[in-house]
Ligand binder design. Sequence first.
Ligand code: SAH
Ligand code: SF4
Ligand code: F3S
Length: 446
Amino acid sequence: MLNNKLYIKTWGCQMNEYDSSKIADIMKYKLNCQITKSVKDANILILNTCSVREKAQEKLFHQLGRWKILKKYNPEIIIGVGGCVASQEGKKILNRAYYVDIIFGPQTFHKLPQMIYKVRKFKKYLIDISFPKIEKFKFFPTTKTKNVSAFVSIIEGCSKYCTYCIVPYTRGKEISRPYKDIILEIQNLSTQGAKEIHLLGQNVNAYFYFDKKINKYYTFSKLLIKISKIKNIKRIRFTTSHPKNFTTELIETYKKLPKLVNFVHLPVQSGSDKILSLMKRRYNISEYIQIINKIKNIRPNIQIGSDFIVGFPGETKKDFENTISLILDLDLDMSFSFIYSPRPGTPASKMKDNISILEKKKRLYLLQYHIKEQTKKFSLKMLNTIQIILVEGISIQQNKYFGKTENNRIVFFTYKKNYIGKLVYIKILDTYIYSLYGKFISVCKN
Ligand code: SAH
Ligand code: SF4
Ligand code: F3S
């Protein structure tokens, strides 16, 4: 029997990382595949792509060009392209890379073992970039983890159709995973030692599941409450949430659940109502501010991170200044920011792009400068404070234990006893922007 060795390269968001880990699980389980970190050892090469911003296609063909050479020396190699570029481009990929064997999408990767079998048998390429109704989860083998923090996808796709974004076209419409399946997966992760659950989805707080059998519906808040009751789960995180779905019910949940971390990633994209409307974000700045204020009323020390797009068509200097003011007024913490990139087929790609690339770069530079200053400020504020860290492991490079604060800073510390998987108090003695160094104080009781 053929010795299957799989190499996976992943670009893109945490959802894509999650999908790649599931691809590896499925291939191990169904094809007895060994996973290798060396592309030269592999006979199955998978590229899990992202198309959210510029040059996605160029990057893809560049990478495929390198794999073409490997295939020339070993024609048995199977090359598969998945993810959002595969979903967007489909068969067109073959025009420039005829040697690709399999093209699959974010909702069809569970079919890979069968597709590989057919490609080997019939010696012909296969394409499946369809959006079957959330069926892939049924094919995942039971998750095995050694990690203290584990990702769990709860909702697939997106139905918001922001005018600049490719995601609804590449990942399909918003569909929530059955409630029971999510709980079962987390219970299983917890018995293996996971202490922190990081819920994933393009808009996790749009989660809504109706169980016809018992005529009951579950919102995101209900899901959070149920997860918090699972034995040994100490922390819950989620990415990404959308302001439109940040309901009063969800805000109130911060009162009830201390396990929900004191950090929310809530992308606003712009500080200008005019731009938000052109982006079709479905909220205005005053609504966004209201949400943040309500959360802060319940959790005064909570920190908020966001995403920003600069240089959206029609963005004036004044619009951009409003974005900077919002960052400072709301005291936003670590955030991501990007230059607007026209995506094929999206409504914004047809809008008149009236800003020079130089101006866009200047705006990005300025925005990132302010975000970095904010991040630094919050890290510095932590100096000499005592923080609760969930200890995740040992860093070989640093020869120290490491864990994360609730607001996503990595903390390194030395201690003679192994507290991996425990919440511990650490006094912060040294700060860098994203990482901190501290001294062990004691183990948390709860
Ligand atoms: N669902 C999330 C974001 C998903 S995409 C939300 O709505 O907030 C992640 C981030 O990529 C977005 O928040 C946005 O800032 C950025 N992004 C998406 N499309 C983009 C584009 N066409 N150009 C530049 N940045 C983009
Ligand atoms: Fe894209 Fe908007 Fe959906 Fe986020 S909410 S994934 S930005 S369409
Ligand atoms: Fe990229 Fe698709 Fe994620 S476009 S950001 S891999 S949803």
